[in-house]
Ligand binder design. Structure first.
Ligand code: ADP
Ligand code: MG
Length: 331
């Protein structure tokens, strides 16, 4: 059983950021509004994700580490229409097969004064105990790949693994700005956002942009908003004076999925071509809503690239939307 889990892990758990991604997505699926991600040594030694989501009782907890024990597929139709982000009940057993794992959980509104803590060894439950913990879930992953030398060998320096995690979390902070995140690396807070979509979604997003790209970018934001028939683009671009030497400050989400898009980079370039010169790029955090049949997400296996059915129209609309944001600013 552990071998099967290790094989599954081989497909999805490549490096520390893969673990972070699976655990954070579970926390979001659980309805968390506050998620803390803590790592040590780039995640090689420790990855700890705590959430204030729905939590699990002792019975759910015992089940969640069994392969394919997802709680997210209730009918066969769900298989074809997976709305949650998790893949089907493999993440926890897969991670557990290549690490030492502990899960502490307490369901919301639990009548019990204690939480349940499960210790796993080689993806099997080693023991469980009652502990004191708040409502929600904490998953602690230690010594990732310690038992899989071939994998361990391929990990890069702690600094590199940390930067992969930071990149992933930065994008998530922007796409799910409603949630408050804290990212702690070797005891120091590396990134933190306040969440709070319920209060003001625009403010939550501007705060998240400030947390990820710094206060200079956040202070210069111009609102982008263009709504067409079955297409919309919204978000922010920075002032033409607040630019960077790379495109790393330009991120795009299509139907809330982070994508890499040279087409959209060029659309932003075209919008600012008379305002920004010489290899400089404004910050841009843009959300594109488009009919699902207008976009093909299966271009790249990791689904980081998409193909638009009418790429010229998309290009023009994004260019016009960004252009408009600068115009309303100049007036
Ligand atoms: P999947 O996300 O595809 O269902 P996972 O292996 O990631 O598979 O998780 C298995 C199950 O464990 C989930 O379906 C969910 O019921 C439960 N679970 C995992 N993480 C959490 C969490 N942070 N809060 C509440 N329940 C969780
Ligand atoms: Mg999952």
């Amino acid at each position: 059983q552990n071998l099967i889990n290790q094989i599954a892990a081989g497909e999805v758990i490549e490096r520390p950021v893969s673990v972070v991604k699976e655990l954070v997505e579970n926390a979001l699926d659980a309805g968390a509004t506050r998620i803390t991600i803590e790592i040590a040594d780039g995640g090689k030694q420790l990855i700890k994700v705590s959430d204030n989501g729905c939590g699990m009782d002792a019975e759910d907890l015992a089940k969640c580490v069994v392969r394919h024990a997802t709680s997210k597929i209730k009918t066969p139709e769900d298989l074809f229409r997976i709305t949650t982000m998790g893949f089907r009940g493999e993440a926890l057993p897969s991670i557990a097969s290549v690490s030492n794992m502990r899960i502490i959980s307490k369901p919301q509104g639990s009548a019990q004064p204690y939480a349940c803590c499960l210790h796993l060894q080689d993806s099997a439950v080693d023991r469980s105990e009652k502990v004191s913990a708040p409502e929600g879930t904490t998953v602690i992953v230690q010594d990732l790949f310690a038992s899989v030398p071939a994998r361990l060998k391929f990990l890069k320096s702690a600094e590199t693994e940390k930067s992969h995690i930071r990149d992933y979390l930065g994008k998530l902070m922007l796409s799910r700005a409603d949630v408050a995140y804290t990212f702690i690396s070797d005891g120091e807070t590396a990134l933190a956002t306040q969440g709070g979509l319920a209060i003001d979604p625009e403010l939550a997003l501007r705060n998240a942009i400030g947390a990820v790209y710094g206060s200079r970018a956040a202070k210069s934001l111009r609102k982008v908003n263009l709504v067409l028939q079955d297409f919309a683009v919204s978000g922010y671009v920075s002032d033409p004076a607040v630019v960077t030497g790379s495109r790393s400050g330009q991120v795009f989400f299509v139907n809330n999925r982070y994508i890499i898009s040279p087409l959209l980079n060029k659309a932003v370039d075209a919008a600012v071509s008379d305002l920004v010169y010489g290899g400089k790029y404004p910050y841009a955090v843009l959300f594109i809503r488009i009919a699902y049949e207008q976009v093909d997400v299966n271009v790249h296996p990791a689904k980081r690239e998409v193909r638009f059915a009418e790429s010229n129209k998309v290009f023009e609309a994004v260019r016009a939307a960004v252009r408009q944001a600068y115009h309303s600013y100049q007036e």
